[in-house]
Structures are given as structure tokens and as C-alpha cells.
Write a protein that binds this ligand. Structure first.
Ligand code: ZN
Length: 490
């Protein structure tokens, strides 16, 4: 998610120019086709209606509008002011009644509430809608996006080396609009940003240029999950340097920590007035022991630890709990018994959405109906999102999904409506004689646009990616649907 004005203007320009763009907004079940009519974008926003039969989660009402980051940890409890501004905007808001909590956030347009913004009329419509949200007249809808693994093999890193350093942005340019239009994005950072003095490396001990953090921010990533099997690849110093690099880039992080206080803190953000907690745990550090003098370094996957943090998040006012977990077996397309058992325990224990990583291929998405406080409601587990970017070229590992979690808050009650997914393909080809990687959204038909020429292999593989992910995941009855609408601009 980015500051909405930043999106509105370029998008408006792009739309009026008749360029290609991706349409996926408007919440689950209400995707809309966009067409250029006489040079004007024709896109309507939808409000949608909540369905009475769906269970809800009863929580205290929060205020609406904007994204704020706060910390429900010892500092908040003791009244210590901690500002965590991202440098991107001004909106301060009071997101709860807890004394001592302090937030600095970003002004957010909550584009999911406004439909695709393509004209100044729609900007006005958006502002009016936000006002109505504040009054509780309309439901607040937000979309949380999640990526798979940023698995930074050296061919990927070397492909963006320039005399000014490593510039990763171009790799992600084609999928950036997806994150710009989501309200909040969490990504799995499966490498270290330990510094050049450690040397840049790929498998099996990853270390990548710190400039990746800035590229992620510009891509629209709001949060980096750092607990995974490569967390200790560069040791304790590599772990803490990585967090320093993320801080420097203004990218918040979860899952690994430099102090006990940092581990205690629950990451709760207010996204257009919906308070969402993000947790991050890993089931492995590739056998590397957690440094004994830094026992707080990594969140290791233990059911009680996750449920304990979930409870702390709830008591800090979180209305939705998202757990990002690193688990499962590499290259297995199905979740194993351990994942299924753990998912059941976490979802029945208070987690609303589990976002999984590690297998490097996409595993199924499952919906559970969970009873809490006498009410049924939907909980989802996406067992593995696959790779977001990597040099793994074989079938299934060369692709992945971007997950979109659609959440609605109405009358003070928050629930997950459904999840959508955008299939993606990592194109590896040559542009002007240089090896280039591009993360491309995969359309239901045809090829996406790319500045890197498609080879015969790419052209054959892209439709396959759509087909194999669609048949693996799609289940509209359970609120699991693909985003098919990547429109061609030529
Ligand atoms: Zn992994």
C-alpha cells in the first residue's frame, strides 16, 4: 500500500492513456472488468453487502481511516511514547482507548473501499465513502496482500547490479500495481541483509544487498516477515544487521528481534480502522542454534507461543490476527499432516488467517468454520504461497501466488469474507544481452506484458501456470477465487 494520492495520479494518467492495468479491487465476489471507453476509465466501485449467515467476531469499536502502527508491548503499557513513523505521511489517529499507546501512521486512501480510482470524481467519491465509514453507515472493506518468498539467488542479485549498486525495482514493476491497490502488504524475506562485508551469497547461506529493502518499500510492501530457515544464515550479527537495514529503509518487520522487548511487542496496525495483528514464526533454522545470549532472536514455531501472542494481540485490541508461518516440506504441493494439525489448532485457538511459506511451491488454501464465543466464522489457511522471486526454474517452483485477504468490518464486527489470489510467474530471459528476471502476473488468457522478450519456453509455461494454480486452488464456494483480469494494453 502506498499513499493514495501517489497512486491516484499515475493511475489516472495510465488509465487515460489506455495502458494496461490490473483490475482486482472491489472485494470478493465483485471483481469488475474495466474497459476504456472513449478514453475514460469505466470502473464502478461496489459496497457489497454483508451476509447475515456469516459468523462475526465481536470486538470493541475502533475509529476508521488511515493506517497506524502501534506496539502493544511493555513500552505501551508503561506509557512510553514510541513513534514508528514511516516518513510517508502525516495521519495520526487514535486507534484505541488503551492509555499510553502512540501511533504514527500513513495517510491511506483505502482504495479497496473506493474501487479503482481513475478520475477526480472517484477521488471525491472515495472521500465521501471514508466519511460514511467513520459514521459506521457503510462497511469498511480492506484487502491485505501477501507475497511468497523473496528467495534471492545470486543470478537474481547479479542481474540488477549497476555502477550505482543493486537496483531491484525493475524485477517487480509488473506486479507493483497489485500492492499499490491493496491496503497493506506483508512479504516473506528469505534472505539476510547483513551488509556487503559478509559477501553476497545465494543458497545455502543467503546474504543480499540491503538495497532490496528500499525496493520492497517502493514495491508497496508494508511489513517484512523475517523468521524462516535462513534467519541465522549470517549468524546473530547478520540477523541484527538485517533488522537495522529494514529500519533504515522504513520497512517494519516481524519474527526476529534484537532484544527481549522487541520480541514482546505485538505488531498491530490499524488499516482503515480495522486493527490487525501480524505474527511470524518458523519451524526451522536449518539446524543452526539460536544464540544462547540472544534467546529472543527468533520466533520458533510452538503452538503455545503463537496462541499466547494471539491472546496478547486480542487484549491489545486486535480485531483480526494474521499468522505468517514458515513450515512444511520443500517442493511438496500438498500440506503434510503436521501442517494440517497445527493449522487446526491455531485457527481454533484464535488466529484468523495463516499465511504459509517455505515449500517454494504453492500448496492449497483451506477454509475452516471456527466457533468462537458461541459464533461461527471463517478462518483461512494458505499453506504455502510458493516463491515470489527466485532462480528456481523447474515446474511449480518458477511460479507462486500473491494472496489477497478480503476483510470487512460492519457495525464494529470484523470478519474475513474470502481470499483471492493472483498467479505469478518468474520470467528469466535476456534483455539487451543481459540476463533479466521479471515477476509477472499471470492472466487467465494470453501473456502478461513484459519488457523482457518472451522465449518459446515462457510462452508455453505461462498458460500452464494459470491452469495448474487454478485447478489446485480455486473454490468459489469456499470464498477462494482467482484474479483473472490482467488486461492487455495493445
Ligand atoms: Zn524456507
Amino acid at each position: 500500500m502506498k499513499l493514495w494520492m501517489k497512486i491516484v495520479l499515475p493511475l489516472a494518467v495510465a488509465v487515460f492513456a489506455g495502458s494496461a492495468f490490473i483490475v482486482f479491487l472491489s472485494g470478493s465476489g465483485s471483481r469488475q472488468a474495466a474497459a476504456s471507453e472513449g478514453g475514460r476509465a469505466h470502473v464502478s466501485a461496489t459496497t457489497g453487502a454483508t451476509t447475515a449467515e456469516e459468523g462475526v467476531l465481536s470486538v470493541p469499536e475502533g475509529s476508521a481511516g488511515g493506517v497506524a502502527v502501534d506496539s502493544a508491548g511493555p513500552e505501551a503499557a508503561s506509557g512510553v511514547v514510541r513513534l514508528s513513523g514511516t516518513g510517508e505521511g502525516a495521519a495520526n489517529e487514535n486507534v484505541g482507548s488503551r492509555p499510553g499507546a502512540n501511533e504514527t501512521g500513513r495517510s491511506d486512501g483505502s482504495l479497496a473501499n473506493a474501487g479503482l480510482v481513475g478520475s477526480s470524481e472517484l477521488q471525491v467519491e472515495h472521500l465521501l465513502r471514508e466519511k460514511r465509514d467513520l459514521l459506521g453507515v457503510d462497511p469498511v472493506r480492506i484487502t491485505i496482500a501477501a507475497t511468497g518468498d523473496f528467495l534471492m539467488h545470486m543470478p537474481v542479485v547479479d542481474s540488477v547490479k549497476t555502477s550505482q549498486g543493486h537496483l531491484f525495482d525493475l524485477i517487480f514493476e509488473s506486479v507493483a500495481p497489485i500492492f499499490e491497490q491493496a491496503d497493506y502488504t506483508v512479504a516473506n524475506l528469505e534472505t539476510k541483509l547483513a551488509g556487503s562485508e559478509f559477501g553476497y551469497r545465494g543458497f545455502p547461506l543467503f546474504n543480499s544487498p540491503s538495497s532490496l529493502a528500499g525496493s520492497m518499500v517502493r514495491l508497496g510492501v508494508d511489513l517484512a516477515a523475517t523468521a524462516n530457515n535462513h534467519t541465522l544464515d549470517m549468524g546473530w550479527k547478520g540477523l541484527s544487521n538485517t533488522l537495522d537495514a529494514l529500519d533504515e529503509a522504513g520497512l517494519p518487520h516481524i519474527g526476529t528481534h534484537r532484544s527481549a522487548e522487541e520480541q514482546e511487542r505485538v505488531h498491530v496496525v490499524s488499516i482503515s480502522g480495522v486493527r490487525v495483528a501480524f505474527l511470524n514464526y518458523t519451524s526451522s533454522t536449518n539446524g543452526m542454534p539460536i544464540p544462547s545470549d540472544h534467546p529472543y532472536a527468533v520466533n520458533m514455531m510452538e503452538t503455545e507461543a503463537v496462541l499466547g501472542e494471539t491472546a496478547r494481540a486480542r487484549s491489545a485490541g486486535a480485531e483480526l490476527v494474521v499468522a505468517v508461518v514458515h513450515w512444511g516440506e520443500e517442493y511438496e504441493r500438498e500440506a503434510n499432516e503436521a501442517q494440517r494439525t497445527l493449522a487446526d489448532r491455531l485457527l481454533r485457538g484464535g488466529v484468523d488467517v495463516i499465511i504459509g511459506h517455505h515449500p517454494h511451491v504453492v500448496q492449497p488454501i483451506r477454509r475452516l468454520t471456527v466457533e468462537r464465543e458461541g459464533q461461527d466464522f471463517r478462518a483461512y489457511v494458505a499453506y504455502s504461497l510458493g516463491n515470489f522471486v527466485s532462480n528456481q526454474r523447474w515446474r511449480y517452483a518458477d511460479s507462486g501466488i500473491i494472496l489477497l485477504v478480503d476483510v470487512v468490518k460492519k457495525n464494529g464486527k470484523v470478519r474475513v469474507e474470502g481470499v483471492r489470489y493472483v498467479p505469478i510467474y518468474v520470467q528469466k530471459g535476456f534483455k539487451d544481452g543481459s540476463m533479466s528476471f521479471r515477476v509477472l502476473p499471470v492472466p487467465a488468457q494470453g501473456l502478461p506484458e513484459s519488457d523482457v522478450p518472451f522465449t518459446g519456453e515462457h510462452k508455453a509455461r505461462v498458460p500452464e501456470v494459470w491452469e495448474e494454480l487454478f485447478s489446485h486452488l480455486d473454490n468459489p464456494e469456499k470464498g477462494i477465487t482467482a484474479v483473472p483480469s490482467v488486461l492487455q494494453g495493445n
